[in-house]
Design a protein around this ligand. Structure first.
Ligand code: GAF
Length: 370
């Protein structure tokens, strides 16, 4: 019997951090690191099994009894199955083997890649007929309901919808999107992995989301048209400053300015102005570090190290924050030299090793019968 192979990619986000759940703009793309999922039919109506080669772990389940587990990677799978079952009654017993080269917990969305791979794969394997956006939304909901992180839609959208050599300008309110060709000549996106995983990342993430909602509630009293931070411009925010607690003002300032930065980054890319793009990355980091407060000393160090370093135009923390990778816009010829200097300096300061890779903007999830 035929098997189905799904290659489901991780993502980078050039700029537009924590804007997705504020109905704003983001600029991500899938990368050339994937989780590969192989699906085959199990000789059972209701039973399924999932095996992760990387973790050396497997679990079994019954399609009639899907509920969140205490903890762990199973929830990404179970959440998606629950979502698919709401849309269709065609799921049957299956087996799925996973193997991944996406670094886990590093801010490049290994979890979204897993959710989307399961959603995309089962949709194709059992001919459920769901469209890509439905799968994206269902994968996002799995993370809300089964994992407990109230994430936005960016990661799942990028994992499924990306186009090779482009970034996606996504309006997270309307889900309108366009592809922006990423012509960056001899420059590339270097990801430097701090190997910091903050156990409170999910809690802190949800707190940021609540803080943004609080700001909207306050501003909405004066400006009833404001239903999310996306609707707030810099003038309105200044006008409301005295009504906002200082912490909430800083959170909102970051999001409002980050939305502007996304649009500015798109025009910088279109004009081939990479210096401008790089400067925006540094500005974004500054806001993430001091205003939104989702960075950590290790990544701040990595970003600071690149300042005035020849051949580097910009650097910032990427993804949800509290660890993971820094994203660096760097000349290809400078990559080796930089990491050769950065790694020992990082080890000396934090007693930890670094790892790194150059991410290639790539297409979204792809399926093939084997
Ligand atoms: C995480 C979330 F999953 C995304 O939705 C997004 O909010 C990102 O953090 C921050 O930009 O990756």
């Amino acid at each position: 019997m035929q098997k189905l192979l799904v290659k489901s990619p991780g993502r980078i986000n050039l700029i537009g951090e924590h804007t997705d759940y504020n109905d704003g703009f983001v600029l991500p793309t899938a990368i050339d690191k994937t989780i590969d999922l192989t699906f085959s039919r199990l000789n059972s109506e209701h039973l399924f099994e999932v095996y992760s080669k990387d973790l050396g772990k497997s679990f079994r389940g019954d399609l009639r009894k899907i509920k969140p587990q205490q903890d762990g990677w199973e929830n990404y799978v179970l959440g998606v199955i629950a979502g698919l079952q709401k849309e269709s009654d065609k799921l049957r017993g299956f087996s799925c083997t996973l193997q991944s080269d996406i670094p886990i917990g590093s801010g490049v969305s290994s979890s979204a890649a897993l959710e989307c791979g399961i959603a995309f794969g089962l949709n194709e394997f059992f001919k459920l007929g769901l469209d890509s956006i439905t799968l994206v939304e269902l994968a996002q909901k799995a993370e809300h309901d089964f994992v407990g992180t109230q994430c936005g839609i960016m990661d799942q959208f990028a994992s499924v919808m990306s186009r090779s050599g482009h970034v996606i300008l996504l309006d997270c309110r309307s889900l309108d999107y366009s592809f922006v060709p990423l012509e960056i000549g001899n420059y590339c996106f270097l990801l430097v992995n701090s190997h910091v995983h903050h156990s409170l990342a999910s809690t802190e993430y949800n707190t940021r989301r609540e803080q943004c909602a609080e700001v909207v509630e306050i501003i909405n009293k004066t400006y009833p048209q404001v239903t999310s931070l996306r609707d707030v411009n810099k003038t309105m925010l200044d006008d409301q400053r005295s009504d906002l607690p200082e912490l909430l003002y800083r959170r909102a300032k970051f999001v409002v300015e980050e939305n502007y930065r996304v649009l500015e980054a798109v025009s910088a890319i279109r004009q081939g102005d990479l210096d401008r793009l790089g400067a925006l990355l540094y500005q974004s980091h500054h806001g993430l570090q001091y205003e939104y407060e989702v960075s950590c000393p290790e990544i701040d160090f990595l970003v600071e190290f690149t300042r005035d370093y020849p051949g580097i135009l910009g650097s910032r923390i990427m993804g949800g924050g509290f660890g993971g990778c820094s994203l660096n816009l760097i000349h290809r010829d400078r990559v080796t030299e930089l990491v050769d200097q950065l790694a020992p300096a990082y080890r000396e300061k934090f007693g930890k090793s670094l790892s790194w890779f150059v991410a290639k903007p790539s297409g979204g999830a792809a399926v093939s019968w084997i």
